[in-house]
Design a protein around this ligand. Sequence first.
Ligand code: EZ4
Ligand code: CO
Length: 413
Amino acid sequence: MQIVSAEVVVTSPGRNFVTLRVTTEDGVTGLGDATLNGRELAVRSYLDDHVVPLLLGSDASRIEDTWQYLYRGAYWRRGPVTMAAVAAVDTALWDIKAKYAGMPLYQLLGGACRTGALAYGHASGRDVPELLDSVRAHLEQGYRAVRVQTGIPGFDSVYGVAASRAGGGERYDYEPARRAVGPVPRPAVETWDTRAYLRHLPTVFEAVRAEFGPELPLLHDGHHRMTPIQAARLGKDLEPYDLFWLEDATPAEDQAALRLIRRHTTTPLAIGEVFNSVHDYTTLLSERLIDYVRSAVTHAGGVTAMRKLLDLAAVYGVRSGMHGPTDISPVGMAAALHLDLAVHNFGIQEYMRHSARTLEVFRTSYRFEDGLLHPSDTPGLGVELDVGAAARFPYQQAYLPVSRLRDGTVHDW
Ligand code: EZ4
Ligand code: CO
């Protein structure tokens, strides 16, 4: 199973994606997602300049050894760029191994624990009536769980709210990265006021529960914007609305902050989409400070590392809630779905549909039916990359927005 070629494909079919494609001497190919939103080309360079030369001629069957070689062998450990690159190699090697075995990847991971993975979508609106329409539209699309984000009176744009389609009333699916334009392209700037948010959000959940009843699982993403005491208050204020989870209440790198939130509220907590290592979670898990881990295969070192993280989480009764926005490519999404099926401690899977243009480049076989996702029984991950189609959509610089307080101070995003 010698690796004879590995190439990095950067393509922008509606948004940017970084994909590693590894080919063995038998002509079997494997794909891995290495997309790091807003910093894509750093990962391309890490792969092209430092990883691909090490893969050529090595044995594709040695997945664990390759992971350790790239992680320990580089000396410089962890970090989003490194771990996205390691993730892409690891995922591609699992794809190859499963194709050689003639099995869908979830079979190699131990087989299915469930018939499908419960997915949640992103409902949003600039105001409450628009949000209620969006929740309704998601239910019509088959979602059985929704994340709820809304505008705050007095602010033009707020995290998680889809932008309007120019000239029309229709709404885009939420997509935070924006193409950089102008002579000196810069990220968009959004204004933020936590007190206004804390006052407004409970009224939003009141309206959603009044309209849709007690059963529908509702989620919310705080996007790292609160202090621990603010997050504690929000968790308490939202208790009557029985959230599935409150995500990223405080800046994620401060694990100890969760102790304070946990002391004050029974609202379930999720964190970790910006983490890239099991070591980011040790306090959170061992002290049972969270209920869901948000890491994605794409950013946390691949299928190998994600499996180990979820196994550690299981020891503490913590479940999965893998990150699945559109910046996780269809390759990263498929890898997540195989794990979702195979691990016992599955919780929920974030799922935003990719655009038709993205799906021209990435040919997927996973299915979304009755609110559940299934990775399909195609051998491997079940995703193929159309390299010719990818070449039609060259990279375009895009950034996530930055957040500033009313006085101009940079805030967490
Ligand atoms: O901000 O995917 O839970 N989902 C999120 C996303 C992330 C983006 C970052 O690339 O918070 O919207
Ligand atoms: Co999030």
